[in-house]
Structure formats: C-alpha cells, structure tokens
Design a protein around this ligand. Sequence first.
Ligand SMILES: NC(=O)c1ccc[n+]([C@@H]2O[C@H](COP(=O)([O-])OP(=O)(O)OC[C@H]3O[C@@H](n4cnc5c(N)ncnc54)[C@H](OP(=O)(O)O)[C@@H]3O)[C@@H](O)[C@H]2O)c1
Length: 234
Amino acid sequence: MGKPVALVTGSNRGIGFEVSRQLATRGYLVFMGARDAAAGELAAEKLRAEGLSVAPLQLDVASEESVAAARRRLSDEAGRLDALVNNAGVLLDEGVSGLEVPIETVKQTFEVNVYGALRVSQAFAALLVASGGGNIVNVSSIMGQLAYAGPGYLAYRSSKAALNMITRVLAAELKPQGVRVNSAHPGWIRTRMGGSAAPGKPEEGAAPIVWLATLGADGPTGGFFGPGNKALDW
Ligand SMILES: NC(=O)c1ccc[n+]([C@@H]2O[C@H](COP(=O)([O-])OP(=O)(O)OC[C@H]3O[C@@H](n4cnc5c(N)ncnc54)[C@H](OP(=O)(O)O)[C@@H]3O)[C@@H](O)[C@H]2O)c1
C-alpha cells in the first residue's frame, strides 16, 4: 500500500495550512484544497520546498461543480482517501448583534461552514469507505456550544452548532463502515480569522485536528474535542 491520503479544505492559509504540513510530516500525501487555484499552488509550493508530499486542489466548498471536479481529480490521481478535514470556514458577523445581522450574512456563513462541510463529506465519504475506513474532522468552535452561548456572532455560532449536529449524524451513519467523524475546536488561534490578539499559534491549533484525522480503528467517533485532545461539551 502507498502513502495514506488526506484532503484538507481551506488549506492555503491559517490552520488548514498547518494541518496540511503536520499531516504531510506524518507521511500523508495531502491534497490541499483552496478555492483560489493560484493561492493553492503557492501554499503547496511552500510545503514542497520543505520536502513534503502535497498537491494543490482547486476546491470551493460553496460550489457543487468545484467539489465534484475535485472528487474526480483526487479519485483519479490518488484512488483512495484516509482523512478528510473540513477546515474551510468564514466568520462574517463580528460586531453585529443577532437582532441586526442580515439574513444574507447568515446564509453566506451557512453556505461555507455548514453546507460546504456537508457537501464535501457527501462527495468524499464513498472514497473513505472504499479505502477501508478513515476519519472525517469537522473544524468547529466552542462558539458553537449550545451550553455556553452568549450574545452576538449569531451566524457563526449557529453554523458551528449545525456543523456539530452533522458530525453526530454522519458519525452514526458511517460507524458501520469504519469511518470516524468528530468535531474539533482548535483554540483561539492567530490567523486572519482569529486576529493578532489570539494567544495560540497555528501549529497549536492544528494539533487536535491532526490527532482526530489520524485516529486508528479504536479511536472515538461522534465526539467534540479541543486543545490537549480534551472532550468538550456540545
Ligand atoms: N482562528 C481561530 O481562533 C479559530 C477558532 C475556532 C475555530 N476556527 C475554525 O478553524 C477553521 C480555519 O480557520 P482559520 O483561523 O485558519 O481562518 P482563516 O485564516 O481565515 O482561513 C480560512 C480558510 O478557509 C478558506 N475558505 C473560506 N471560504 C471558502 C470556500 N468557499 N471554499 C474553500 N475555502 C474557503 C479560506 O480561503 P481564502 O484564502 O480563499 O479566503 C482560508 O483558506 C475555520 O473553520 C474556523 O471557523 C478558528
């Protein structure tokens, strides 16, 4: 058998870029999804320069056509998939109250954070199953925890809560086929989304995600985990 294969969405920068680096360092061939093909090329080139096995893959999670084309390409070029990391995400309602956030903003957020992750999971699940099982990691957030919700960020919080439900449903459906599905919270991480005041480095944010992406057959499924691989409340 050749190298295990991983797909990371939104991997041209931020946490997704670091997840790609860490998975490739662990021996995976990593398909680096990026909606902007040129940005994806540039990101893959950086990791190739470190001697890592990565391939850029044009993948806009909000586009059916893009997802279908990416599945055909990955299937043709690699023929298998062992780990899918639904990392691509947007935060569009910073500083806006839930009473005022435009419905259009909520829709745009769901298009990427919820439908995007589901669309990609539906497209690639059969390849994971055909490869003998594997891991899907949905990059979520403690902002989506129902137990501790506060004011603001209604679109982002709701999208991550919905993503967590997708984790639970797909985990139950894919368990018999040996595919584990978990949600990960990376911590508050210094990226374009996290901002410059965030305490964590992308390397730290990637750690629980990489742990879940590389679980073996005895690993957990249907869970929500954060920094230190600690289980989180929903
Ligand atoms: N940073 C934090 O503190 C933090 C905390 C909790 C959870 N998270 C989650 O971690 C994940 C990564 O966030 P980050 O901090 O690394 O953010 P980031 O630096 O803003 O990166 C977001 C990535 O998602 C991509 N993306 C956005 N829309 C996309 C689409 N339609 N199709 C494909 N890719 C798309 C972006 O691509 P472009 O470059 O083309 O825009 C970029 O690569 C997100 O799901 C986020 O919600 C982050």
